[in-house]
Design a protein around this ligand. Structure first.
Ligand SMILES: NC(=O)c1ccc[n+]([C@@H]2O[C@H](COP(=O)([O-])OP(=O)(O)OC[C@H]3O[C@@H](n4cnc5c(N)ncnc54)[C@H](O)[C@@H]3O)[C@@H](O)[C@H]2O)c1
Length: 347
């Protein structure tokens, strides 16, 4: 391989423009050599604005001709599995955007392809690369919390329905608020918990505010074709009597948007956003907050790009492993099945 990892991007829409194209342009060990999109205007703008020499309308042709080492897949969700599997089978390493796939069967096929080819496969769960989440992981790893048995995941937007792309179409995205936004907080929570085995999932969801025109702080969305959920409430039981309660929304009537992961252990509790640790100490109830968190000025997208490049060049493992991304997909899928069936789903 060359000194630098030769990167191609499949899907040059919103997240490619705001995260992957700038982050891989900045990374000194990466060489951004090709872009691919089915929309000619979007493709031409990405190539021009980021000075990328090769452009393709078909990712298979790009994999064959561009001389790549690795690709970023940042297409709508229904293209994640086919574009990722084709890349792995072409001998390329892959950073695929979240969620892993539309459903667990697709995710398993992606994991199998990574195992078969021995290439790096990781996912754009950039919340793991936030300084607070990395600091929280150090606290958990220190054992300070004791045994964590209760976890609360909050991914609530008051009005933040994506107004671009294909986010409101179930057949393209696989779902709405949960598979798009809730997955970030769910993934980070599972990572902090050490990815315990889920045994049962119960959920309910709503398709109410998204189906009618309304005020949205993220612009006008296609409410007439809204076939996904705008809100989810879920209860997940794990092995060893560990419980998670999760609330997620793109739109709901609450006073303000909130994101947090809260872990309660036998010795102490931890809040991630903002970071604090609470416990009983010296005959007092105390809460500490950090005065300074290292990496506060590092962009999570840059950290994620470096993690991918380092795992290719160094031969190590990326922070987000495909088995963990598959677990997120299995839990989200069980939430959707539980909401539809009206009862708990055993895993
Ligand atoms: N990590 C994050 O925080 C984050 C944020 C936004 C989006 N995303 C994820 O990134 C993905 C893309 O989201 P977006 O907001 O950029 O959407 P987008 O609609 O703005 O961009 C997607 C692009 O993919 C292109 N595309 C579709 N099919 C293709 C194909 N077969 N080959 C090549 N290009 C193809 C589209 O033409 C479009 O330009 C989604 O999976 C989404 O969940 C992640």
């Amino acid at each position: 391989m060359n000194d630098k990892v030769r990167i191609g991007i499949v899907g040059t829409g919103n997240i490619a423009r705001y995260r992957h194209l700038p982050c891989f342009t900045e990374n000194e060990s990466a060489d951004l050599v090709a872009v691919c999109d089915i929309k000619p205007d979007v493709l031409a703008a990405a190539a021009k604005d980021f000075d990328v020499p090769q452009s393709y309308a078909d990712y298979r042709e790009m994999y064959e001709k561009a001389g790549l080492d690795a690709v970023v897949v940042s297409t709508p969700n229904d293209v994640h599995a086919p574009a990722t599997i084709a890349a792995l089978e072409s001998g390329l390493h892959v950073l695929c955007e979240k969620p892993m796939a539309l459903d667990p069967a697709e995710g398993q096929a992606m994991l199998d392809a990574a195992n078969r080819t021995g290439k790096v496969l990781t996912f754009g769960f950039h919340y793991r690369h936030m300084p607070e989440t990395m600091a929280a992981r150090r606290v958990v790893d220190s054992g300070e919390l004791g045994d964590v048995y209760m976890v609360r995941v909050t991914a609530l937007r008051r009005r933040g329905i994506p107004s671009w792309g294909t986010f409101v179409h179930k057949h393209i995205q696989g779902g709405g608020a949960m598979i798009d936004f809730g997955v970030h907080l769910l993934d980070s929570a599972l990572w902090l918990m050490g990815n315990p085995k889920p045994v049962e999932v119960t959920a309910s969801l709503s398709q109410r505010l998204g189906k009618h025109p309304n005020v949205n702080s993220w612009g006008d969305w296609n409410y007439q074709e809204f076939t996904v959920e705008d809100q989810v409430a879920a209860f997940v039981r794990f092995e060893n009597d560990v419980t998670m309660m999760l609330e997620c929304s793109w739109a709901i009537n609450i006073p303000e948007s909130k994101e947090n992961i809260s872990l309660s252990g036998t010795k102490a509790g931890l809040e991630v956003f903002p970071l604090s640790v609470n416990k009983a100490d010296h005959e007092m109830l105390t809460t500490w907050t950090p005065d300074w968190v290292p990496g506060a000025k590092v962009d999570p997208g840059d950290h994620q790009a470096a993690d991918f490049i380092d795992s290719i060049l160094g031969g190590g493992h990326p922070t987000t492993k495909p088995e963990q991304a598959l677990q997120v997909t299995q839990i989200v899928d069980a939430m959707y099945r539980s909401a539809e069936a009206g009862h708990a789903i055993k895993l």
